[in-house]
Design a protein around this ligand. Structure first.
Ligand SMILES: [Zn+2]
Length: 102
């Protein structure tokens, strides 16, 4: 078990567990701070990001900005794990979950 473990609040599928990232139909995006990349991103979120101001680097502020422009049906979750590998380190993962629309 890790502090980063994350289950989809809708279908309960494990999206982040052990060392793997899984997908489910509700997943909108997964962003991992350590790699500064989106592990997964829905095309409609990709488009939103394109419309955001150009930044050379994805930072925590960037994620805050993204949070501000997400559609109402997408909820952003945050998981942080602090560990000690070669000195203290922490990893933050942001997960976007799309609620069923009806
Ligand atoms: Zn799901």
């Amino acid at each position: 078990m890790s502090e980063l473990d994350f289950k989809c609040p809708i279908c309960k599928k494990v999206l982040i567990g052990e060392d793997n990232i899984h997908k489910c139909p509700h997943l909108a995006f997964i962003f991992v701070s350590s790699g500064c990349v989106f592990e997964f991103i829905m095309p409609e979120i990709k488009k939103l990001i394109k419309d955001m101001k150009e930044t050379s680097e994805v930072t925590f502020d960037y994620m805050e900005e993204l949070k501000g422009i997400l559609p109402n049906n997408i909820t952003m979750y945050e998981r942080t794990e602090t560990g000690i590998a070669c000195g203290p380190c922490s990893i933050t993962v942001w997960i976007g979950i799309k609620k069923a629309t009806k």
